[in-house]
Design a protein around this ligand. Structure first.
Ligand code: HAM
Length: 417
């Protein structure tokens, strides 16, 4: 019978590579904690409405990429395509707005988007993200960007570009949308079918369309940042000054509109030239209207998410250290039938003391046991035979150097713990 394979666009993280993920996740958590973020864990699926309202029903994500299904009760549910909408929902549902503000949250989640898979683009992928609620100061915008840079630089990544832009607020967006429609109108018939539906409702989304024709049409469109209001402009100036204080080199990339509808004012993307076409490692921005959009009282918000597959790809490409696979501290070999229960007691003691101990379960001879110990990369080994049990003295072998020392079982525990 044929084996069943994983779905296109999904991938297993195998035991031989999971240590890299653990290394990256641990390090990210350590850095995030320095900035006083608290972890939040949210469900994999939510009501479809949450994303339609939160992410926006004219976005590619909602229109084309969501895994949506009806459950047995006829409710439309969706696998989360991103984390922000779910975190905002949870923030509101659990009244976190009554906590000390700003509320600073982080998450490590899987996300699901029905995109065409390619290197760095998957249908199930992992994100590390942060969301902050309650503060509208550009000081926070800069800190958020600086934290993302801090994380990436901590991993030793070099080929990074910090792209920033402002996409204004609903007030300046309205006037801009009129201008954009005027520009797009002569090309209306050439737009893809999806973008035709966006023309009236949300023309900005046309600038984010992946179709080549729409992309080309968008190239000479009026630029949003050149049309933002004084308040948004001032916010952006302050952000730039603050980034200078952090010594962060940035480029103003006027073409960044982001693929999700909730953004206001600051948007940013960190790209890496170590990646191929999917070069954005991290993207985010301010979303001052989203909490209200999802039913809360108006409250500003800002955040970003980092694609963890892409982060690991960058690290791999730049030859960055990614931790080590964990190895057994000691392999306990047995010789003769009567030694097995002594070995069991010793192994239990080792493990009780936090030492990673391994043994033979396959009735192998001594030579085969040592071969296995070598294969699994055990750091030390000890052979327990009748003599060792009787005298309480054994030989601890350093598997790397091949050196042995006579010692007691208790001394082994003291040495390895
Ligand atoms: P996003 O730009 O859609 O933003 O995704 C953030 C990051 O997730 C991307 O920069 C990329 O590294 C990674 N990513 C996205 N799609 C894929 C995919 N198909 N395969 C692999 N990696 C992918 C958001 O999701 C926002 N929620 C970020 C945010 C948080 N904004 C404010 N708060």
């Amino acid at each position: 019978m044929k084996i069943i394979t994983a779905l296109k666009g999904t991938h297993d993280i195998l035991p031989g590579e999971v240590f890299k993920w653990q290394y990256v996740e641990k390090k990210i958590k350590e850095i995030t904690e320095k900035y006083r973020y608290e972890e939040i864990r949210i469900p994999v699926f939510e009501y479809t409405d949450l994303f339609a309202r939160g992410v926006g029903d004219t976005t590619d994500v909602v229109q084309k990429e969501m895994y949506t299904f009806d459950d047995k009760g006829g409710r439309s549910l969706t696998l989360r395509p991103e984390g922000t909408a779910g975190v905002v929902r949870s923030f509101l549902e659990h009244g976190m707005f009554a906590d000390a503000l700003p509320k600073k949250l982080f998450y490590m989640i899987t996300c699901y988007r029905n995109e065409k898979p390619q290197a760095g683009r998957y249908r199930e992928f992992r994100q590390f993200g942060v969301e902050v609620f309650g503060a509208k100061s550009p000081v926070l915008d800069a800190e958020i960007i600086s934290m993302a840079v801090d994380i990436l630089k901590n991993f030793g990544l070099k080929n990074l570009v910090v792209n920033i832009n402002s996409i204004g607020c609903p007030a300046c967006r309205k006037a801009y949308n009129d201008k954009l429609r005027e520009y797009l109108r002569p090309y209306y018939n050439e737009l893809c079918d999806t973008c035709k539906t966006r023309f009236e409702k949300n023309p900005l989304r046309i600038l984010d369309c992946k179709s080549d024709v729409c992309k080309k049409i968008g190239e000479n469109a009026p630029v949003l940042i050149d049309n933002i209001c004084d308040e948004c402009s001032e916010h952006f100036e302050k952000l730039k000054n603050e980034l200078k204080t952090y010594n962060i080199d940035y480029v103003i990339n006027k073409s960044i509109v982001r693929g999700l509808d909730y953004y206001t004012k600051t948007v940013f993307e960190i790209t890496s030239s170590s990646l191929g076409a999917q070069s954005t490692v991290c993207g985010g921005g301010r979303y001052d209207g989203l909490v209200e959009e999802l039913g809360g009282n108006p409250l500003p918000g800002i955040g970003f998410a980092m694609g963890l597959e892409r982060l690991l790809m960058c690290m791999e490409a730049e030859g960055v250290y990614m931790g080590e696979p964990s190895k057994a501290d000691i392999f306990v070999a047995t010789l003769g039938e009567n030694t097995a229960s002594y070995a069991t007691g010793f192994i239990k003691k080792l493990r009780d003391n936090g030492i990673c101990a391994e043994r033979d379960y396959m009735d192998r001879g001594l030579k085969a046991q040592m071969k296995y110990a070598n294969k699994i990369g055990a750091k030390y080994s000890v052979v327990i035979g009748d003599d060792e049990v009787q005298k309480g003295i054994c030989n601890l072998k350093n598997m790397e150097t091949g050196e042995s020392e006579a010692t007691t079982f208790d001394e082994i525990i003291e040495k390895l713990k």
